[in-house]
Ligand binder design. Structure first.
Ligand code: ZN
Length: 93
């Protein structure tokens, strides 16, 4: 027999789940209490997801930079910005 710490009831070992890492190899709570706790947690999770607003759509840049006139980037157009840096070669003189 084993005592359930949750419902304070002594029950036979087969009413407890096995937890090999415990000293006696059995869970602290009886199966009934474990299931109850699991169900409560699952219900909580379900409720949380039910009340959570659906994830907001990703804001585009015009939201973040309303003062800038942003245009969508045309990926097919050649890059208009070319930066050429001319470095002096060798020393003059
Ligand atoms: Zn119990």
């Amino acid at each position: 027999m084993k005592h359930c710490r949750k419902c304070n009831t002594t029950k036979s070992e087969d009413k407890f789940y096995k937890e090999s890492h415990r000293g006696d190899g059995l869970a602290l709570w009886c199966k009934l209490c474990k299931n109850e706790a699991n169900n409560a947690r699952a219900a909580l999770r379900r409720r949380k997801y039910a009340t959570d607003a659906p994830s907001a759509p990703r804001s585009d840049l015009s939201d973040r930079y309303p003062d800038k006139d942003l245009k969508p980037v045309d990926k097919t157009a050649p890059n208009p910005i070319r930066v050429h840096i001319l470095l002096p070669v060798g020393k003059a003189g």
